[in-house]
Design a protein around this ligand. Structure first.
Ligand SMILES: [Zn+2]
Ligand SMILES: [Zn+2]
Length: 281
């Protein structure tokens, strides 16, 4: 403190700082917020699957599992979502669409603008049944549904490529590209080369790791953490974020088993964690 007093005015402090050569200015162009990452059912620390991808002017929601609608409002108003992608119609990835429908159609200021929803075939019908709306147009009053098929489509400024995953129901994995940045998401899947292809060279792979090593694992349903690491290594991803974490698993074991097969940056997903695009690092 006495040194500061000796140099006098605040300008004296600044002049003591070393000059810096201006470097390149980088901007964050994609911010991914992990809204929920609990696998199969919500846990005490996280709701089920939900990821918010924000390019600054466009917000895409990836899956809307149990409890997601509440947690999502910590980060963004429900009215400011521009599009939604549903990986599949298991409840832990889509069931809060039923509550979202209420928020869209029953707002005191009148119905909200329809949100485009890209999902498996018959998503509107299946979600209406889950909501007890038969027959009703309420789900389609709230959302504009489009069937996903494997391939590439543009959603706002995002290039979204989908492929079938290895799961008992129609399930899509995602590769989302924006401004040279790539995020891949496994959704729910057993081992599949399609995930390796989809995630090839991605900056970040959000990969499910529902199972730990053990005998009698159900085939073609989910990945073990070790298999998640194998897929990430074969895809050559920049970093692996393990997600769809089932509450009864030991997170330390999940991390340890994945680290046996993937030697790059490796972390566990957590509700509220945010991933910056590479240009923002
Ligand atoms: Zn799931
Ligand atoms: Zn599933």
């Amino acid at each position: 403190m006495s040194a500061i007093i000796r140099v006098g005015p605040v300008f004296g402090l600044f002049s003591a700082l070393p000059l810096r050569t201006p470097g390149p200015i980088t901007w964050v162009t994609v911010l991914t917020t992990i809204v929920g990452c609990a696998g199969s059912f919500p846990g005490p620390e996280s709701c089920a699957s939900c990821y918010l991808i924000d390019t600054g002017g466009f917000r895409l929601l990836l899956d809307v599992g149990n409890g997601a609608l509440g947690a999502l409002q910590r980060y963004v108003s429900l009215e400011r979502i521009d599009a939604i992608c549903l990986s599949h119609l298991h409840a832990d990835h889509c069931i809060d669409m039923c509550c979202y429908c209420v928020a869209q159609t029953m707002h005191p200021d009148g119905p909200r603008s329809k949100i485009p929803v890209y999902g498996p075939a018959r998503s509107a019908e299946r979600l209406s049944l889950a909501m007890g709306l038969e027959p009703s147009t309420r789900m389609t009053d709230a959302f504009d549904f489009a069937d996903l098929t494997p391939g590439t489509l543009e959603i706002g400024p995002l290039r979204v490529t989908t492929a079938y995953m290895n799961h008992p129901v129609e399930t899509f994995g995602f590769r989302i590209e924006h401004d040279g940045q790539v995020l891949a998401y496994s959704a729910d899947t057993g081992p599949t080369p399609e995930l390796v292809r989809l995630a090839a060279g991605a900056d970040v792979l959000l990969c499910e790791a529902s199972f730990l090593d053990g005998p009698d694992l159900v085939p073609d349903l989910h990945l073990t953490a070790r298999q998640a690491g194998e897929h990430a290594a074969r895809a050559g991803v920049g970093q692996l974020v393990l997600t769809h974490l089932v509450p009864w698993n030991d997170p330390a074991q999940t991390l340890e088993q994945a680290s046996a097969t993937f030697d790059g940056p490796l972390t566990l997903a957590g509700s509220g964690r945010q991933l910056l695009g590479p240009s923002g690092r």
